[in-house]
Design a protein around this ligand. Structure first.
Ligand SMILES: Cc1cc2nc3c(=O)[nH]c(=O)nc-3n(C[C@H](O)[C@H](O)[C@H](O)COP(=O)(O)OP(=O)(O)OC[C@H]3O[C@@H](n4cnc5c(N)ncnc54)[C@H](O)[C@@H]3O)c2cc1C
Length: 419
């Protein structure tokens, strides 16, 4: 079985190693000169800046990504974040379980009932914001919900359904909070690339796929500027919108094209700062519900000091960005937030870089809650990546769970051997 994979993002690499281990001949076409897409590091003056992800895996060593890496025999140490998260409210940091202290007795009772209902997976299609507003009238609660959704999903609570939030809550309760892979995102990517190469798989760097050629209703060839290569199976990690363009809309049912065109992506802004001392002092997330734009921050050097030069810290903030917002203005508000959260920011820290993630390089190619199958309407053509996240799985966990789903489909159709 010859498998051609378009893109060496996390989804492409996980699929590639999984197939290579099952005996497939795997070739990845990657348009960039490096592997990993939005899940790797770019070194700058001794800092391991990430191309996307904030060097965190949402469920640490217990989630689908860690499980898949173990199954693939890939050794990446993931350090559990401690505490998992704190919420800074009125200048004080609270653990999630301590948040009820901030509410009146009446609000507390309503909150307990609402959380119990979410735990039982009772949410529905209405947005989390609408769902909360119906139950508790509290500005602070909405700010807390927005900062969690903004950090974890890069949208506010009006853009994610209460049903999806319920499934996410269930997974957080079952699999726990985040962890930092040693070496950051690049540690995961490097280990996947080296295992793929050990198994005989290839990555062709600087090779942009220009077309997926469809013959008799099946995906047959991957075409670059120079050549065309035939495969038994084509897996696209370029995202469903780009994949439709590569094949030509005319090859898909109109309803599928409409569905894919309507997918909303999640955009965001990351501000990276170098600090001479630890500003957070822990390896978890600091949620900032009362900031004007920043949803949260982390300081991964408390888990892995090698991500910055000796004695320095890497502080990263994240804020969701709505497509209608002016990115430059939002960055300015984010930097103002950093100064408000840390009044001594200028004394100890310096902004290293500001990254805006949208359009072709977003935070998530599909907002959490969108369901796209890894199977496409075209025979032999499949999707992986963060537009293919099964219910309740955030970000890189969703990417891994999506690849697991694809492998299940392929096994069922006897396209690959049982593992
Ligand atoms: C600011 C930010 C913060 C985030 N924080 C976290 C976090 O802390 N934890 C977490 O788990 N996730 C986080 N994420 C999300 C995570 O980074 C993504 O979900 C994940 O990396 C997406 O992987 P993917 O498989 O979709 O591939 P992508 O990263 O989209 O990679 C696709 C690859 O395909 C290549 N490609 C595309 N088109 C072609 C073509 N025509 N020919 C050849 N190659 C092509 C691209 O160059 C790219 O390398 C964050 C993302 C961002 C942007």
């Amino acid at each position: 079985m010859r498998a051609g994979i378009i893109g060496s993002g996390l989804g492409g690499l996980l699929a590639a190693v999984s197939l290579a281990r099952r005996g497939s001949e795997v070739v990845i076409f990657e348009k960039l000169p490096y592997a990993g897409g939005r899940f790797t590091n770019i070194e700058r003056s001794g800092y391991q800046l990430s191309t996307g992800a904030l060097h965190m895996i949402p469920h640490g060593e217990k989630g689908p990504l860690a499980r898949m890496l173990r199954t693939l025999g890939i050794s990446v140490q993931i350090k559990t974040s401690k505490p998992e998260g704190l919420f800074r409210i009125n200048g004080k940091d609270y653990l999630f379980d301590e948040l009820p202290e901030l509410f009146s007795m009446k609000e507390k009772l309503k909150l307990t009932a609402a959380l119990a209902s979410l735990k039982l997976d009772r949410g529905g299609k209405e947005s989390l914001r609408e769902w909360l507003e119906k139950r508790i009238n509290s500005k602070l609660l909405l700010q807390i919900a927005d900062s969690f959704c903004g950090w974890a999903l890069s949208v506010d609570s009006s853009k994610v359904s209460s049903g999806e939030t319920a499934a996410i809550t269930k997974n957080v309760n079952k699999f726990g909070g985040p962890g930092v892979p040693l070496g950051g995102c690049g540690g995961v990517t490097k280990a996947l690339v080296s295992e793929l190469e050990r198994l005989g798989g290839k990555i062709l760097y600087g090779m942009e796929v220009e077309k997926i050629e469809i013959e008799n209703g099946r995906a047959a060839n991957i075409a670059t500027k120079e050549d065309s290569y035939d495969f038994d199976m084509i897996i696209s990690n370029a995202g469903p919108k780009a994949t439709i363009k590569l094949c030509g809309e005319e090859n898909f049912p109109a309803s599928y094209v409409r569905e894919i065109k309507n997918i909303e992506e999640a955009a965001g802004i990351k501000i990276l700062a170098t600090c001479e001392k630890a500003m957070l002092g822990h390896s978890g997330v600091l949620f900032t519900p009362q900031a004007q734009r920043i949803d949260g921050l982390n300081e991964v050097t408390n888990a892995d000091p090698s991500l910055a030069p000796k004695g320095r810290h890497l502080l990263m903030s994240h804020q969701a960005l709505d497509a209608s917002q002016n990115a430059a203005k939002e960055v300015k508000l984010g930097i103002e937030d950093l100064h408000a959260i840390f009044p001594d920011f200028d004394r100890h820290c310096k902004v290293l870089a500001v990254h805006v993630y949208k359009s072709g390089w977003p935070v998530n190619r599909a907002v959490s809650g969108v369901r796209i199958s890894p199977e496409s309407p075209i025979k032999n053509l499949y999707h992986v990546g963060d537009a293919v996240k099964p219910k309740g799985w955030m970000e890189s966990e969703g990417v891994a769970a999506g690849v697991e789903l694809l492998l299940g489909h392929l096994q069922k159709r006897k396209r690959i051997l049982l593992h």
